[in-house]
Write a protein that binds this ligand. Sequence first.
Ligand code: GDP
Length: 627
Amino acid sequence: MKRGYIVDETRAMTDDEDFKWRGHKSGNKQKGQSSQNTIVIDHAIITTDPVPIKVLSEKIGKTGAEIISTLFLLGIIKNINGSIDFETAELVTAELSKDHPITLELRPESTYEDELNKMREDNIAKGGLVTRPPVVCIMGHVDHGKTSLLDYIRKSNVTSGEAGGITQHIGGYTISLNGNPITFLDTPGHEAFTTMRARGAQATDIAILVVAADDGIMPQTIEAINHARQANVPIIVACNKIDKVSANPDRVLNQLTEHGLLPEIWGGETPVVNVSAKMGTGVEELLENVLILAELRELKANPKLTARGTIIEARMDKGLGKIATVLVQSGTLCCGDDMIAGTATGRVKVMIDDKGKQVKKAGPSIPVSVTGWDELPEAGDIMDVVESDRFARDLAAERKLKLATKKDDSSGAVNLDDLFDKISKGELKTVKLIIKADVQGSLEAVKQSLGKLGNEEVNIEIIHGGVGAINESDVSLADTAKAIIIGFNVRPDANAKSLASQRKIDIRFYNVIYKAIEDIEAAVKGLLAPKYKEVVLGSADVREIFKISGVGTIAGCHCTDGKIVRGARARLIRNGKVETDTEIASLRHGKDDVKEIARNYDCGIMLLNYPDVKVDDVIEAYQLEQI
Ligand code: GDP
């Protein structure tokens, strides 16, 4: 019972055939072994999904070799230390227990992950929220001044007290404006932001979009806008290089409007601040805007809890070994805390802040570099402090097991071929597309024609469009937004290609517009025309015919199999051939109208629009079920 067997003892005692535990050769039977020791398994309870093969072997009484070779026949290659998902375990069990079927039941015990989630929920329920600093990332086109701006902000805010510290590049830093802290993630561009989002972490509260006033909005500016939009992160625009004579901030305002960011001074929601990262002009005003927006967003966290955060950087350090920067998001991280991030675990040994100082604690919105890891976590992993190192290790083992058996299609990525599937499961209501084309003209044409393909049930949303090769940013945007990429006369670059295959992003290439339209339309129509499969309900032999004037032909039948259901679809079969395909219009048992008739009962059936029934015909009732 402890192992989850349900033992059918009577069968074991009476059925000679079963006098051995299947999987044990009779020759191996030990001398003197009594029949009481043998068991027949017909039901086994599985407590984990995935199921380790060793556990399955024990529970269904089949050897590892038997399971592995059955898996092999199913096209799955595993070794004895591997695991399979529950569905596969059921399949294998069915294959191996054809003589005496064994049913598998999944009765999951609560997992370590469940316990962690419960702890997180309990923490949320505790309340105790206080204001926390905003976390800001800087985005924009190359050379528009992201690094210069980050550097200027960092340097200008090192107060005399902190000047002794060597500024450390730990992936983020916190400055203070009139006593109000702001944390910057110092990986310029969208990478930090998107790799994190791809893993489900939301590290940034506000995005500063740097646009060079002399250059205006460029392709990566648009990318950045779309990334922020998909992540629901508000944007503040820094109109940079305002010191240059060629600067044209008004043009930037116009261009922003064209891309859906209406500047505040024109009555919109987007603050636009003219700055010079080189001279420092306007930077303070920019930071003030960050604080105003932060206040509006009411960013809060409870610093008294155990910490939770996101890994924003991880590397090997010559002296310190494995070191990772954690952006604490709630609670306070303390030296000695047991932590887990992804599958990496550890106990916080040394914590170093952005000034290079060793610290003992780090509260919400503070980035700190942490040592003490058993393996390097990955940027974007969520870090939790847990009750014990034992729990951390058990949870990590559970996660590793899960990763090892993760199905190929479980990334959540959307594929043109499985759109229908996702829609029918209610996972998808909007098909998101990213369109890259060779020239502006074709980009507009493709955008317009594809944008029109949606209808009341399926939305088509073009979340990003651009001219040029498909790049890494497109792929990571597709990943976070669950979008499909359409390449029109363009190809992906090498990085995009490898990221796309890693993340299973669907990229479709076209060189004629109508083909692209055809494909998307087909996928959308697939969504709208659900597929059906036929399920036979039962059949009845026609034994007598009654012609009743004013009513029609009634077939006096005997239900030989399954059941006959009024209103169900029905086929009339004569000598093995289908004569007609219609419906059961009425169904009677004696004088009563009935809804259904079971096997071995007589009934009267009238078929819809088909009076020509004959004795010895067979009526087969079936229904269509949506797949
Ligand atoms: P990033 O690629 O966006 O990180 O851009 P950088 O910060 O590297 O800046 C690109 C170039 O623009 C550098 O040569 C900077 O010196 C220059 N630059 C950045 N900000 C300003 C500015 O406000 N004024 C002027 N005149 N040049 C700037």
